[in-house]
Design a protein around this ligand. Structure first.
Ligand SMILES: *Cc1c(COP(=O)(O)O)cnc(C)c1O
Length: 225
C-alpha cells in the first residue's frame, strides 16, 4: 500500500512539474469506497490523510471515531447526496463536493445553521450534460454558485466526472473556465485513468481509487445514497 501511494504521488508530482505547477498544489484524494478497514488502516499508516467516499452510510462505517487518532484527517463526499442525509453529511464530512441543485443548497445551509458551523462545498458540474449523471448543467452553474453563496455556504470550487466515452480534456477545460469566471480556486477533477490530464488542465484535487487500492468489486451505481 505504501508503495502504491508513493507511486501515485510520484506520478502526480511529475504531471505537476510537466505543467509547470508545484507538486504541492495538487492534493491526492484517496477514494476508499468499497474498501476494507484493513485498506483504510494501511493508507493511514502510509501517511495518507485526505479521503473521498461516495456514500454517506459507508463513510460513517469507515470513518466514525477515527478522528481521535488522526485529527488531521480530511473527509470529502464525492457521491450524490439526498437532501434527507444533508445533516449526516455535514456532521461527517469536511467538504461536500457534490452540491448540484438549489434544494440541496437549502438543506445544507439548514444543516450548517443547526450544527453551528460553516460548510465547505464544491459545485458538481455535469460538463457532458449527460441525462443520467448528477451535476448542474454548465449554463446553470453560475446561478447555483451565487445561490449557494447567498445561503452562506463556503463555495471553494468545482467538481466534475467527464463522460466515460469522450476525451476528458475539453471537460476539464470547461470546468476550469467556469471556475475562473466565478473566482473559484479548487478544481476536483481526474480519476485513476485521467488524473495526469486533469493536472495539466489545472486540477487541485485528484480523486484516485483503483490506482491505489486495486479494482473494486462492487460496480458503480448512479443511485443517490
Ligand atoms: C469511484 C470514484 C473515483 C475513483 O475512481 P477510480 O477510477 O477508481 O480512481 C473518483 N471520483 C468519483 C466521483 C468516484 O465515484
Amino acid at each position: 500500500m505504501a508503495d502504491r501511494i508513493a507511486a501515485v504521488r510520484r506520478r502526480v508530482a511529475e504531471a505537476a512539474r510537466t505543467a509547470v505547477r508545484e507538486p504541492d498544489d495538487v492534493v491526492l484524494t484517496a477514494v476508499t469506497k468499497t474498501q476494507s478497514d484493513e485498506a483504510l488502516l494501511e493508507a493511514l499508516a502510509a501517511g495518507q490523510r485526505v479521503f473521498g467516499e461516495n456514500r454517506v452510510q459507508e463513510a460513517q462505517a469507515h470513518w466514525t471515531g477515527r478522528r481521535g487518532d488522526h485529527p488531521d484527517l480530511e473527509l470529502r463526499l464525492i457521491g450524490p447526496l439526498q437532501t434527507n442525509k444533508a445533516a449526516d453529511a455535514v456532521a461527517l464530512f469536511d467538504v461536500i463536493e457534490t452540491l448540484d441543485r438549489p434544494k440541496l443548497a437549502e438543506a445544507l445551509a439548514a444543516a450548517a445553521d443547526k450544527a453551528g458551523r460553516a460548510v465547505r462545498v464544491l459545485i458538481q458540474v455535469n460538463t457532458g450534460a449527460e441525462p443520467q449523471k448528477a451535476g448542474i448543467l454548465p449554463e446553470q452553474a453560475d446561478a447555483l454558485i451565487r445561490h449557494a453563496r447567498d445561503r452562506g455556504l463556503i463555495v471553494e470550487g468545482l467538481m466534475c466526472i467527464p463522460p466515460a466515452d469522450e476525451a476528458a480534456g475539453p471537460h476539464f477545460a470547461l470546468l476550469r473556465k467556469i471556475a475562473r469566471r466565478n473566482g473559484l480556486k479548487v478544481l476536483s477533477m481526474g480519476m485513476s485513468g485521467d488524473f495526469e490530464t486533469a493536472i495539466r488542465f489545472g486540477a487541485t484535487h485528484v480523486r484516485v481509487g483503483s490506482a491505489l487500492f486495486g479494482e473494486r468489486k462492487r460496480p458503480e451505481t448512479s443511485s443517490r445514497d
